[in-house]
Design a protein around this ligand. Sequence first.
Ligand SMILES: [Zn+2]
Length: 277
Amino acid sequence: MSDVRSGSTLLENILSNAPNTISVGELHHLDSHLYKGRWGKTWNWNCSCGKSITDCEFWKKVLHNLEKKNIKIEDTSIKHFRKNYDKTEKNKIIQHNSKTIKLINHIYTAIFKETNTNVIIDSSKHTDHGIMLYKNSDYKVKIIYLKRDIRAVVFSKARWAKKFSQKEKSNYNILRRSKIYDMNLKRKIKSIPEKDVISIRYEELANYPQLIINKIANKFGLEYFEVPEYMDFTNNHTIGGTPNRFVKSKIAYDNKWVKQSKRKPLFHIIGKLSDII
Ligand SMILES: [Zn+2]
C-alpha cells in the first residue's frame, strides 16, 4: 500500500523476479483495462507485454478460466466511505465492496490455477482495498507499506496533473492532501498484525534494492533472489502503474525532484518537516 507516485512500479517489478511469483500490477484496474475505462488510456489499456488484455496470453487464460465458472469481471475497485454518506448509501457501498473482494478472490484463484505459482504480487495500492482484502481474502495476504519522501510525491503528482491537463493545484495543496492520505494509511494499517506488514522507504529500495528485497523475503518467507540491474516489464503481464514501465531502465534512485524542491526553500523545509512527523 502506498500513495500514488511512490515507486510501487519499481517494487512490483523487482518482486516479479522472485521464484514462484507472478506480478499482475494494479489488479483493481482490471475492469478499466478490459472495458477501456478511466485507467490505462495512456497506454491504450494494454498489458505490459504490449498486447491488449483480451489478446495477451496470460490474461486470456485467466479470463477464460473465470468464464468457465460463469464469473464476470465487473467493477474491481473498492468504493471509499465518506463522512456524509447516509445509511442506505453506506449499505450499498458495503455490498459493493464485499462483492468486489469476492471477485478478486476468484481472480486470484484463476491466476494461481493458470500459472502454477504460489505468490501473487498485487500492486493495487489503495488503503481500504488492502485492509479489506487482508481481512476477507481466502488467501494469506501480506502488506508492504511503501513510503517515499512526500516532496518527491508532490512534484511527481504536480507534473502528472500538468501532463494530463488536470486542474492545477498549488504544491502546498498537493502536500496537504498527500499528508492526509499518508496519515490515514498509517492509522488504518495499525489494524493489521505486525507480522503481516512491512514498511519500506522508496529511497532505500532504489539505493539498496538487494538489501530491502532480502528484508521483505525474510519477513514474508519468499525465496531469495538476485535483484536485476534493470527494470524490465516485457516478460510480465501487469496492468496499471506508470507509462514508464514500457521502457527498460536501470534501477536507480530518482532524485530529479531535489533540485526543483530546493528552488522553493520554504516548501523544501515545510515538506521535509511534513515528511518526518
Ligand atoms: Zn500480457
